[in-house]
Design a protein. Structure first.
Length: 161
C-alpha cells in the first residue's frame, strides 16, 4: 500500500513539474534511427573520444528509447555502461538534452523534486534530431559531464545538423 502512495505522489510531482515544460516542446518523435545512421553517429562520437584520449561508453537509442548500439572504449569503468544508456533514454523520452534537467536541479528549491525523475538528469545525453523530429538519442559517460556532452555533440554533428 505504501509503494502505491509513493508511486502516485511521484506521478503527481512529475506531472506538475514536467508537464508544462513538455507542452511547448516543438519537437515531435520521428521514425526510429536506423542502424546505418546510428553507426555514423557512433563513429563520429568515438572519433572525438579517441582524439582526446577519453575512455567512455557511448549508447545510441531510437525514438522509442530502445538501445540500437553501444560501445565501451578500452579502459572505461564498467559503471559507465548503465549511465550512458540512461542518459540516452532520458534524452529520447523527453526530447531534450539531459543538461536541461541538470540545470533545473542545480537551482534547488522546488526543482529538487526532479530528482525523482525516471531518468538520468546529468549532462551527456542529447536527442538526435533530423528534419525537426527526434529520431533517437546519444548518451555518453566516462569523463566529466561536459566532456561527455562534447562527444555526444560530435556524434550529432555527423548528421550535418
Amino acid at each position: 500500500m505504501r509503494w502505491m502512495r509513493t508511486g502516485v505522489l511521484s506521478l503527481v510531482v512529475f506531472a506538475a513539474l514536467a508537464g508544462p515544460l513538455l507542452a511547448g516542446s516543438p519537437l515531435t518523435y520521428g521514425p526510429p534511427i536506423d542502424l546505418k545512421t546510428a553507426k555514423l553517429v557512433m563513429a563520429a562520437a568515438e572519433a572525438k573520444a579517441k582524439e582526446n584520449g577519453w575512455p567512455v561508453v557511448i549508447a545510441i537509442v531510437d525514438s522509442g528509447a530502445h538501445l540500437v548500439c553501444l560501445e565501451r572504449l578500452d579502459g572505461t569503468q564498467l559503471g559507465s555502461i548503465e549511465i550512458a544508456q540512461r542518459k540516452a533514454v532520458t534524452a529520447a523520452k523527453f526530447r531534450k538534452p539531459t543538461k536541461f534537467w541538470e540545470d533545473r536541479i542545480a537551482k534547488g528549491g522546488v526543482d529538487l523534486k526532479l530528482l525523482k525523475l525516471n531518468g538520468f538528469p546529468m549532462e551527456g545525453g542529447l536527442p538526435i534530431i533530423v528534419d525537426g523530429k527526434c529520431i533517437g538519442a546519444i548518451g555518453v559517460s566516462g569523463v566529466t559531464s561536459t566532456q561527455d556532452a562534447a562527444i555526444g555533440t560530435a556524434g550529432q554533428q555527423a548528421l550535418g545538423k
